[in-house]
Design a protein around this ligand. Structure first.
Ligand code: HEC
Ligand code: HEC
Length: 149
């Protein structure tokens, strides 16, 4: 509850400043507001099991940005604590994401790697198809890329 209140206050900002006055976030609120990965992952099936926490965190933020979503889009909430349970497989989107991660690995490491001399540090990411959306947008031929000249 307290977390939701702090979040609501900071999101609504000035509009709610009167209601929110006199109650700054506690250290615990701040710690839980932004998830930081501390625990060793317990349920990795496609990513390397020895991945570092900072690398895992970086990938998760990249997935979120690629699809334009927050962590809770793929990760199930623990009904008791209200916190996201990252190791849980309850959310079916997590399984879809696993298929996508494995697909990307094949595309990048098996196929595109054959070309050699890569021009991009990461050849294909989620964002290449998803473009910041959960459903990859249709390609519209004759769009901005085609000049009328
Ligand atoms: C697009 C879906 C998606 C999004 C968004 C996402 N994750 Fe994940 N996450 C996954 C998948 C899939 C796995 C499991 C990978 C595997 O099986 O190797 C995973 C695994 C994890 C794990 C390891 C859990 C364990 O114990 O095995 C953590 C921690 C985690 N994610 C944190 C986050 C955080 C924090 C965010 C938001 C910044 C986030 N994730 C956003 C799909 C997602
Ligand atoms: C080659 C293009 C492509 C790439 C790259 C790609 N996706 Fe997808 N993704 C799709 C398509 C197409 C769909 C829709 C499938 C359908 O019709 O249900 C989809 C659907 C999804 C969905 C289900 C969305 C929903 O709510 O129904 C998730 C989750 C997802 N992708 C995660 C990822 C993640 C995470 C990555 C990067 C690791 C990724 N995708 C990379 C093409 C791609």
């Amino acid at each position: 509850m307290r977390r939701a209140l702090v979040w609501g206050c900071s999101m609504l900002g000035l509009a709610l400043s009167v209601a929110c006055q006199g109650r700054g976030p506690t250290a615990a609120d701040r710690a839980s507001a932004r998830p930081t990965l501390r625990a060793k992952p317990a349920n990795l099936r496609v990513l390397p099991k020895d991945i570092s926490l900072s690398e895992l965190d970086g990938l998760m933020h990249q997935y979120g940005a690629g699809l334009g979503v927050k962590c809770g889009y793929c990760h199930a909430q623990n009904p008791q604590t209200g916190q996201l349970d990252y190791a849980s497989d309850e959310n079916p989107r997590k399984q879809t994401a696993r298929v996508m991660i494995a697909m990307l690995r094949e595309i990048n490491d098996k196929y595109l790697a054959q070309l050699g001399d890569p021009r991009y540090p990461v050849l294909v990411t989620c964002g290449n198809c998803h473009q910041g959306q959960t459903n990859p947008p249709d390609f519209e031929p004759g769009g901005a890329a085609v000049s009328e000249r």
